[in-house]
Design a protein around this ligand. Structure first.
Ligand SMILES: NC(=O)C1=CN([C@@H]2O[C@H](COP(=O)(O)OP(=O)(O)OC[C@H]3O[C@@H](n4cnc5c(N)ncnc54)[C@H](OP(=O)(O)O)[C@@H]3O)[C@@H](O)[C@H]2O)C=CC1
Ligand SMILES: Nc1nc(=O)c2c([nH]1)NC[C@@H]1CN(c3ccc(C(=O)N[C@@H](CCC(=O)O)C(=O)O)cc3)C=[N+]21
Length: 294
């Protein structure tokens, strides 16, 4: 058996096209343009690539895009001042502060300062709490993109056994919470989990968000399972060039799984598409407008 490859890149294009049509309708019918601001601290080359991609996609969808770059020596006060300015800017409806932040800046303090209505990352405790109890919330983009791919492939997720490997605040925990909201039976595994291969073998849905290249092996996968690989790891290839791999040993897992997301071209592009979708949602809520159904 060889798994279906879930084409996150193509799926993301359809989501981005829909967002583009929504933005067009908002401009035409309400003379209203959603705006997204991205704050990037430091010179981390990988982060710069994400920020560039986000900026390009935001502009392509017809939205306003603002990019704020700060040196990695910046003080917490300076970052907070930028966040406050963006909170007060009526042309900005979404604020994303790229993580991680340098060590002199308290991440929690910065996330807490973002107006929850503009928190398109869904990392503010207000949004985490609202999502957890089933109230309307801004939902973190990466887990949201994973759920969209899972529902597209599997339909109703009710009763399926889902194992999330990783428990970070930005991926693992919100992923588990969204799967629970879809009525999955959810297990969260992490670095203290005993016999991880056996835990993963019980899963109809495996979400790997560990940050360890190719850690999840093919013989951990239940035949026919759906595998979502969130990992983005740069490793040294044979010819000295770096290449991108996920947290799952793709070729091994592909031989066993029913469906699997590739890296690149899987979860990453969906994250950006969901960020744009969240920005339109946030903008409409702030302006008291219905989201255009196009
Ligand atoms: N495609 C995308 O859009 C995105 C991709 N990513 C990628 O996803 C991956 C995870 O990111 P993030 O959640 O931020 O990472 P973190 O480093 O914050 O969290 C990693 C999690 O994996 C667990 N873990 C580490 N080692 C093991 C192990 N040997 N066995 C079991 N569990 C382990 C940790 O456990 P413990 O808590 O016990 O330490 C932790 O919960 C990274 O590769 C990142 O680059 C992240 C965001 C978006
Ligand atoms: N506040 C905040 N929110 C985030 O959502 C956030 C963050 N900080 N910090 C870093 C991680 C990582 N992340 C990615 C987004 C898109 C791709 C992506 O588009 N990847 C493409 C191309 C990757 C490439 O070729 O470099 C792919 O997988 O095909 C990857 C990783 C968002 N994150």
């Amino acid at each position: 058996m060889t798994a279906e490859i879930i084409d996150g890149k193509a799926f993301a294009e359809t989501v981005k096209a829909r967002v583009g049509r929504q933005v067009e309708a908002l401009k035409k019918n309400h003379d209203f343009t959603p705006g997204l601001a991205v704050v990037l601290v430091g010179e981390d080359p990988a982060s710069q690539v994400y920020v560039r991609n986000k900026n390009k996609s935001t502009v392509a969808a017809g939205m306003k895009s603002e990019e704020i770059r700060l040196a990695d020596t910046v003080s917490e006060e300076e970052v907070l001042a930028v966040v406050h300015r963006l909170n007060d800017d009526p042309t900005i409806h979404g604020i994303l502060v790229q993580l991680p932040l340098p060590k002199q800046v308290d991440e929690m303090a910065v996330l807490d300062a973002i107006n929850p209505e503009k928190d398109v990352d869904g990392f503010h405790v207000i949004n985490t709490g609202r999502q957890a109890v089933g109230l309307p919330a801004m939902v973190p983009c990466t887990p949201l993109g994973c759920i969209m791919m899972l529902k597209d492939r599997l339909g109703d997720l009710s009763g399926l056994n889902a194992v999330v490997v990783g428990r970070s605040n930005i991926v693992g925990k919100p992923m588990a919470s969204l799967l629970l909201a879809e009525n999955c039976t959810v297990t969260i595994a992490h670095s203290r989990t005993k016999d991880l291969p056996a835990v993963v073998r019980g899963a109809d849905i495996v979400v790997a968000a560990v940050g360890r290249p190719e850690m999840v092996r093919g013989d951990w996968i239940k035949p026919g399972a759906t595998v979502i690989d969130v990992g983005i790891n740069r490793i040294e290839g044979e010819n000295g060039k770096t290449r991108l791999v996920g947290d799952v040993a793709f070729d091994e897992a592909k031989a066993v799984a029913g469906a699997i997301t590739p890296v690149p071209g899987g979860v990453g592009p969906m994250t950006i598409a969901c960020l744009l979708a969240n920005t339109v949602t946030a903008a409409c809520r702030q302006a008291g407008l219905e989201e255009p159904q196009v």
